[in-house]
Design a protein around this ligand. Structure first.
Ligand code: GTP
Ligand code: MG
Length: 217
C-alpha cells in the first residue's frame, strides 16, 4: 500500500472529539467572539435542526430536540473540537412556525436576519428541508433571499428514513426543477437521516473542507 493511498484513506472525515454547549444568545452581538469558523443550521420549525446537531456530534440531548415545533428559540452555540481545531456549530430557531405570536415572530426574524447578514465567521448556512414535502414557498423565498445577499449556503434534505428511495428522488427532483427555473445552478445538496444514521460523513467532510480553505486570521 503506498503512502499516498494511506493518507487518502485515513482522511475519511473529521472526527468529532468534543462538542460542548457554549451559550444561547438573543442577539448576534451577544454571540461568542467571531474568531473561529462557524456553521449554522436553519430551516422550518420541526425540520430536524437540533436532531441533526445531536446526530453529527453523537451526543443525545446536546441540542434540545422536540416533537413540538418552536423548541429552539435562541442562537445556540456549540464548540466542536475545542482542544485542536475548534469551530462553532450553531442551532437556530425555525422559521415559518405558525403557533407563536406575531410580535415574537417579528423579533425572531430580526435577530435571525441580523445574525445571517452580520456574523463575520459564518462560513456556511445549512438550509434544512424536510424531504417528505413538495417544494415549499417559504424555503424557496428564504434561499432566494440568501442568494441575493450572497450568503453561502447548502441544502440538507432531512428525515430521509421516512420515505422510500423513489419518493425521495421524486421530491428532490421537484425541488431542483423549481430551483433551476429561477437559478442557473443548484446549491450543494446533502441527504440525511438522524434516526437511520445517514449523511454524517458527507456533512462532516464538507465542513472540514470549508474550514480548511477559510482562514479567518
Ligand atoms: P425547532 O427547534 O422547533 O425549530 O425544530 P428542529 O428543526 O430543531 O427539529 P427537532 O430536531 O426538534 O426535531 C423535530 C422532530 O423531528 C422530533 O420529533 C425529532 O425526533 C424528529 N426528527 C428529527 N430528525 C429526524 C430524522 O432524521 N428522522 C425521523 N424519523 N425523525 C426525525
Ligand atoms: Mg430545534
Amino acid at each position: 500500500m503506498t503512502e499516498k493511498y494511506l493518507l487518502t484513506t485515513i482522511k475519511v472525515f473529521m472526527k468529532i472529539k468534543s462538542a460542548t454547549f457554549v451559550k444561547s444568545s438573543t442577539d448576534y452581538k451577544k454571540c461568542p467572539q467571531a474568531d473561529i469558523p462557524e456553521h449554522a443550521f436553519i430551516g422550518r420549525s420541526n425540520v430536524g435542526k437540533s436532531s441533526l446537531i445531536n446526530y453529527l456530534t453523537n451526543i443525545k440531548g446536546l441540542a434540545k430536540a422536540s416533537d413540538k415545533p418552536g423548541k429552539t428559540q435562541l442562537i445556540n452555540h456549540f464548540i466542536i473540537n475545542e482542544a485542536d481545531t475548534p469551530w462553532y456549530l450553531v442551532d437556530l430557531p425555525g422559521y415559518g412556525f405558525a403557533h407563536v405570536s406575531k410580535s415574537i415572530k417579528k423579533e425572531w426574524n430580526k435577530f435571525l436576519t441580523e445574525y445571517i447578514l452580520k456574523r463575520k465567521n459564518l462560513l456556511c448556512l445549512f438550509v434544512l428541508i424536510d424531504s417528505r414535502h413538495e417544494p415549499q414557498e417559504i424555503d424557496m423565498q428564504f434561499m432566494e433571499w440568501l442568494a441575493s445577499n450572497e450568503i453561502p449556503f447548502v441544502m440538507v434534505f432531512t428525515k430521509t428514513d421516512k420515505l422510500t428511495a423513489g419518493q425521495l428522488k421524486k421530491n428532490i427532483s421537484a425541488y431542483n426543477k423549481v430551483m433551476l427555473g429561477a437559478w442557473e445552478e443548484l446549491p450543494r445538496q446533502f441527504l440525511t437521516s438522524a434516526t437511520a444514521d445517514k449523511g454524517r460523513q458527507a456533512l462532516l467532510r464538507f465542513i472540514e473542507e470549508t474550514n480548511e480553505i477559510n482562514n479567518l486570521s
